[in-house]
Design a protein around this ligand. Structure first.
Ligand SMILES: Nc1ncnc2c1ncn2[C@@H]1O[C@H](COP(=O)(O)OP(=O)(O)OP(=O)(O)O)[C@@H](O)[C@H]1O
Ligand SMILES: [Mg+2]
Length: 284
């Protein structure tokens, strides 16, 4: 084990590349994790409100679009046009790429580069699933239900033209963002581990690299339900100093874990800059 955990040391001791890496879209973060997250991994983004989780997701999606990876962007927190607006303020213009919203009744003209699933898209899929069950004896699918989410993601893969025949796996590397996954178990936190597992089984594929947002409850300082952090291959944790004491916003991020990676082990100061987005400054 190296005793020196400085960022310079992590960069110098970068292991010979055996693992394909996917850029996070944030230079300092890539440098701290041997070039990027291992391809095919599930990365949980955890933290309290306003710490920068959604913005981290935007960088990850943006890096995908720039590198010609198709993107599936699930947002339960905001309408996608607000995500687009927020990203544009931070120097990422998603509208430079072709976007298809699954709630739209129009067929895409061309294969899109990004497929969006927001609450309206989930509602559409939940209705379709319920209708397929028929009038009698069938069950109703809820909007914020793991099965609905899994079906919506599959639909997105289809629209992107990457779903392998037979439905098992995808033919091209895809980036998947789910902001947030906590929304799917907000009313039953005890189910978080089972649900995360179900989702992992149905979406975890060698060719899909995912960011999953998990919100921290302010009161208990623990995530809504346990489980995701254990099942995830990586955890990027974000927090801020107690604003009542510091009287200003000071944000931080730490790489809590990342499998197959000799990662930087100290916290970064996290700044959000207009026109630029997230900037990470090592705390040393
Ligand atoms: N254009 C901008 N310039 C600078 N800072 C900004 C800009 N837009 C947003 N921010 C900062 O980013 C914060 C929001 O970050 P973000 O939406 O990523 O948080 P979050 O962790 O996803 O929160 P939540 O749990 O509420 O979804 C805002 O509260 C603001 O402080
Ligand atoms: Mg958010």
């Amino acid at each position: 084990m190296p005793t020196d955990s400085s960022l310079e040391h992590v960069k110098k001791t970068r292991q010979r590349e055996e693992v394909a890496r996917v850029s996070t879209g944030i230079r300092e973060l890539d440098e701290a994790i041997e070039g990027g997250v291992p391809r095919g991994s599930w990365v949980a983004i955890t933290g309290e409100p306003g710490t920068g989780k959604s913005i981290l997701c935007m960088h990850f999606a943006w890096a995908g679009l720039r590198g010609s990876d198709p993107v599936v962007y699930v947002t339960t927190e905001a309408e996608f046009r607000d995500v687009v607006r927020q990203a544009r303020q931070l120097g990422m213009d998603f509208e430079n790429y072709s976007i298809h919203d699954i709630s739209s009744s129009r067929e895409p003209q061309e294969t899109p580069q990004i497929v969006v699933v927001d609450i309206f898209g989930l509602l559409k899929v939940a209705r379709q699933l319920s209708e397929e069950q028929g009038e009698e004896g069938g069950r109703r699918y809820a909007v914020l239900e793991i099965q609905t989410l899994v079906a919506a993601i599959r639909e997105a893969y289809k629209i992107l033209g990457v779903l392998r025949e037979g439905g098992k796996g995808v033919t091209k590397h895809v980036r998947l963002v789910i902001d947030s996954l906590s929304a799917f178990w907000a009313d039953k936190p005890a189910m978080a581990r089972k649900y995360s597992y179900d989702l992992k089984v149905s979406t975890h594929r060698e060719n899909v690299t995912s960011y999953l947002v998990s919100q921290y409850a302010m009161t208990t300082k623990s995530t809504f339900g346990f489980g995701l952090e254990h099942i995830a291959d990586g955890v990027f944790h974000l927090w801020m100093d107690d604003v009542e004491k510091s009287r200003e916003i000071r944000r931080y991020m730490i790489i809590k874990k990342l499998r197959m990676t000799n990662h930087y082990r100290k916290a970064f100061k996290l700044e959000i800059e207009p026109g630029y987005g997230v900037k990470l400054v090592p705390l040393e």
